[in-house]
Structures are given as C-alpha cells and as structure tokens.
Design a protein around this ligand. Structure first.
Ligand SMILES: NC(=O)c1ccc[n+]([C@@H]2O[C@H](COP(=O)([O-])OP(=O)(O)OC[C@H]3O[C@@H](n4cnc5c(N)ncnc54)[C@H](OP(=O)(O)O)[C@@H]3O)[C@@H](O)[C@H]2O)c1
Length: 247
C-alpha cells in the first residue's frame, strides 16, 4: 500500500462496527493488519470500541483516537484510559471541536504525538479552519466523498498551505454510497474491482489527502478496502466518472 505522512493510506474506522464485541474486534483487526492497514481511528464516543480495539491490537498499529469531553477533567480521564488500553496514542484528536481551546492547552503540554481536530458538519467548518489557523494542529479529520465536497472550498487548501495532514472520515458516506449497483464496465475503466474501492480511490486521488478510514464490521471487507490504497491514482477524467456514477 502507498504510504503518505500518516503511514499506509487506508486505515480503519471504528464507529458503529464492533463496539464492545471484543471477539468481532479481534477478527476485523486481524484481517485489517494482514491487509496492510496500520492506522486505527476511534473515540470515547464509539460505544466501547476503544477498549475492544486496544485488546485486539495488543500493542500493534498506529492509534488515532479522540478526546470527546466538555470538561478538562473528563478529557484527562479519557486520555489516561486510552494509554491504559493502547499503551500510547500516536494521533490524539479533539472530537467535533468539543471544548477544543481548553483541551488544546493541556494536550499541547502532555501529548508528545501528533495533535488533531475533527468535525463532520459543514456548519462547523469555519470554526475548524480557525482551529487550524492556530498552527498548533498536525492533523485534521473531515468528511470527503462525492456527496460531501464542501471541504474543497476552504479546508483542503488551508490544510495544504499549513502542512496539516488530512484524514478522511465517511469516505463511503456512512455506507449510503455503496448501496448502488455500478456497471462492471465502468469499474474496469477505473481499474478497480469494486465500487467501494472506486470511492476510496476517488478521495485518495486528491494528493492533499493522507488517509481514508472506512469502517467495516466485516473482516473480509478490510482487504477489499486496503487494495484501494495502491496506485495508479485516478486521472481527473476518472474522478469525474466516479462523481457521475455517484450522482
Ligand atoms: N466527527 C468525527 O470525528 C467522525 C465522524 C464520522 C466518522 N468518523 C470516523 O470515520 C470513520 C469512517 O466513517 P463512517 O464509519 O461514518 O462511514 P464510512 O466509512 O463512510 O462507511 C461505513 C459503512 O460502509 C460499509 N462498508 C465498509 N466497507 C465496505 C465495502 N467494501 N463494501 C460495502 N460496504 C462497506 C460498512 O458496513 P459493514 O460494516 O457492513 O461493512 C459501514 O456501514 C468512522 O468509523 C470514524 O472512525 C469520525
């Protein structure tokens, strides 16, 4: 798999997948590691997924998790538990900008890995840009797929200008975009085997993107998704074809 600033370009999201099911987490994570996935994204919001993920990884992989807390006290407690589960956190992100200015202060002093910030909603992108302009974040996580392209206006150019690495959440639009049947001839034209791979390659073909983190609860899909992390990348014409197929 191609590597960019955060490692191999296809990671694994953990929202709404295995939650507290440690056995399923073990199967999904093992399959993902075998497929070459390195970065695992989680959050205290993900209904027990952090603990299951920590157990399944047993010290392997790169952890990108989040602080999701109104107060500094609660945030510090989340950070303490994450280090128990994972041993260390390589990328610590402030989830959905919640109390971001307060968390930035203590994380900046205590966290020696990368610092990131996330939001899923276009209504918050102005504030996300303001956070990036502090110059204190290494990573931003934002939604990007053919149905959600608002980030092209300000956030992707800003991240490129500031040298901030980009993690793409919801590359499959939470699964909504993979529901449709796509003509196999179009997939051949794109040089991929599946429509999910076309969508992942669509995001990764933007050179400002470092990592996509599709979530799956099905071990076999991790290899399918990881295979999208290999060049060649789409030409502008192939990207336009994906947009047409997704419309
Ligand atoms: N605010 C934030 O910080 C924030 C917000 C949203 C997401 N995130 C992060 O970004 C990650 C990804 O976003 P997401 O989980 O919302 O959506 P997503 O990755 O776009 O889509 C996940 C859905 O796609 C399906 N899927 C995965 N691979 C597939 C394949 N090869 N073929 C067909 N279906 C496939 C999964 O179903 P199956 O389980 O059946 O495979 C699941 O329903 C999250 O898990 C989370 O880690 C962060």
């Amino acid at each position: 798999m191609e590597e960019r600033r955060l490692g191999p370009v296809v990671g694994l999201g953990t929202w709404n997948t295995f939650g507290t099911d440690a056995s399923l987490a073990g199967d999904v994570v093992e399959a993902a590691l075998t497929a070459g996935v390195e970065v695992f994204d989680s959050s205290p919001m993900y209904r027990g997924a952090e603990a299951s993920l920590g157990k399944a990884l047993a010290g392997r992989g790169t952890i990108a998790t989040k602080i999701w807390a109104q107060t500094v006290e609660e945030g510090r407690e989340q950070y303490r538990r994450q280090r128990e589960w994972f041993g260390r956190v390589e990328i610590e992100q402030i989830h959905n900008l919640v109390s971001w200015e307060q968390h930035l202060e203590w994380l900046d002093g205590e966290h020696d890995g990368k610092l990131g910030v996330t939001h899923y909603s276009a209504g918050a992108f102005g504030e996300l840009a303001r956070a990036l302009r502090t110059g204190r974040f290494d990573v931003v996580q934002l939604p990007y797929n053919p149905h959600e392209r608002e980030v092209e206006r300000e956030l992707l150019p800003l991240a490129a200008e500031l040298g901030v690495a980009v993690i793409v959440m919801r590359p499959l639009a939470e699964g909504a975009l993979v529901q449709r049947e796509v003509d196999p001839a179009a997939l051949r034209e794109l040089g991929v085997d599946t429509w999910a791979q076309a969508l992942l390659k669509w995001a990764l073909s933007d050179e400002r993107v470092d990592l996509v983190i599709p979530a799956t609860s099905r071990p076999e899909r991790t290899a399918e998704n990881a295979a999208a992390g290999r060049p060649p990348w789409f030409t502008p014409g192939q990207r336009a074809l994906v947009e047409e197929l997704a419309a």
